[in-house]
Design a protein around this ligand. Structure first.
Ligand code: NZQ
Ligand code: ZN
Length: 386
């Protein structure tokens, strides 16, 4: 196992009715900016609960943060937060609202251009406004991690950045807030959490037995509760299991002391930037094809995954590896998530274009062995387009 340092400072407030606890977590004299998306929290009653918990504290609302949060929208929030002298940001929504709020938190006190900070992956951030979160869409793990992914439509970019200063102070995870989610977003969430686990698990063994077993438990739980929660949106127990599982998939725990991949995400972000495809849906059209192209380096883990998660015990090694990939594809498809880029209206030159964009930005090579170059990206996406 590799050396690691681990500190996750986000306090989790999990379960029914926990929104009321916000009153304990937010200082009584704080000037709070509530950030949210296109309005789902007004329709499902979450906004009213949050307002009630904040009591008489001065509150500034900033709504309209779009899926794949846009730099221009967020900069308007930054201006407003500076003018209003906001001292706590409360993000209420899915990953886009939470990520967007991390950008706002970082930008408010940043003396330079905040976009440069994003381009540098968050390096150089000295100070951030504290933030709390109320999660309404289990998927990204943003509620208790230091990452944010920001889009800039004006330049066609979608970039990730992070800083330990951006861990939320607290995260309210009330499964009832998710009852109103459209089926599509639930399926997206299951696949996103699944792929987060893969990025930290499906590499090569380094003797990290517990991390591997945690990862396998997360995958097995998603396979079990995913379809149940999709079919029964108001079933509290399955929603609760899904919500907690998605948080653990990307709160740092399973990634400690192990090699990590993240190539599927890096390629996927380009597909969202080019075509606006939902984040999780980009992952599903990349992952299976990447696993096949990378199967030699990942064989040991693919065999282990096949055996432990899917019970694959027959056939020779290459047959088992292919079966493990096929089961993964079938699982995504069973949730209504396509595994081929050809399902979307993507131009024939997309594989080369994505490879070139990443090469031009200096992002390549990627993968746990740093062996995914422009040529391999082209092969992966060609397989998905065929
Ligand atoms: O905007 P509103 O009206 O709230 O509607 C949202 C949005 O349209 C809706 N929604 C959320 N909660 C709801 C609800 N509708 C009804 N009831 C509820 N309870 O769902 C739609 C999608 O929301 P969004 O936040 O965009 O989805 P998600 O949570 O999947 O976030 C995706 C973003 O997170 C980034 C992605 O790249 C993408 O930009 N990621 C962030 C990561 C991180 N911070 O660690 C890691 C991920 O890999 C990912 O890259
Ligand atoms: Zn993701």
């Amino acid at each position: 196992m590799y050396n690691f340092e681990y500190k996750n400072p986000t306090k989790i407030l999990f379960g029914k009715g926990q929104i009321a606890c916000i009153s304990r977590e937010v200082p009584g004299d704080a000037r709070v900016m509530i950030t949210f998306g296109g309005g789902s929290i007004r329709q499902n009653g979450v906004y009213d609960k949050v307002r009630a918990a904040l009591g008489t504290r001065p509150v500034i609302d900033f709504g309209g943060i779009e899926p794949n949060p846009d730099h221009a929208t967020l900069m308007r929030a930054v201006d407003e937060a500076r003018t209003e002298k906001v001292d706590l940001l409360l993000a209420v929504g899915g990953g886009s609202v939470l990520d967007g709020t991390k950008f706002i938190a970082a930008a408010i006190r940043h003396p330079g251009d905040p976009w440069e900070l994003v381009r540098k992956g968050g390096r150089g951030l000295q100070s951030a406004v504290p933030l709390g979160t109320v999660l309404t869409l289990p998927a990204t793990g943003s509620e208790s991690n230091p990452f944010a992914v920001i889009s800039r439509r004006e330049t066609g970019e979608k970039l990730a950045f992070s800083s330990p200063l951006l861990y939320p102070r607290f995260a309210v995870l009330d499964p009832e807030t998710t009852f109103s989610l459209p089926t599509r977003q639930v399926a997206n969430g299951v696949v996103d959490a699944f792929v987060h686990t893969f990025e930290q698990y499906m590499t090569y063994p380094v003797g990290a037995e517990l991390q591997d077993r945690f990862a396998e438990a997360i995958l097995s739980t998603l396979i079990e509760v995913g379809p149940v929660t999709l079919a029964n949106p108001r079933d509290y127990e399955s929603r609760a299991n899904f919500m907690w599982t998605a948080t653990l998939a990307l709160n740092g725990l399973i990634g400690n002391g192990v090699p990590q991949d993240w190539a599927t995400h890096t390629i996927g972000h380009e597909l969202t930037a080019l075509y606006g495809i939902d984040h999780a849906r980009t992952l599903a059209v990349v992952l299976p094809h990447l696993l096949r192209v990378q199967s030699a380096g990942k064989a040991e883990k693919l065999l282990r995954y096949g055996a432990r998660v899917w019970g694959i015990s027959e056939g020779d090694n290459s047959g088992r590896v292919e079966e493990a990939v096929r089961r993964t594809e079938t699982f995504f498809e069973s949730l209504g998530i396509p595994t081929r880029l050809s399902t979307y209206e993507a131009a024939a030159d997309t594989p080369a274009r994505v490879a070139r964009r990443l090469a031009d930005r200096g992002t390549l090579p990627i993968g746990e062995r740093q062996d995914i170059d422009a040529d391999k990206i082209t092969r992966i996406l060609r397989a998905s387009l065929s």
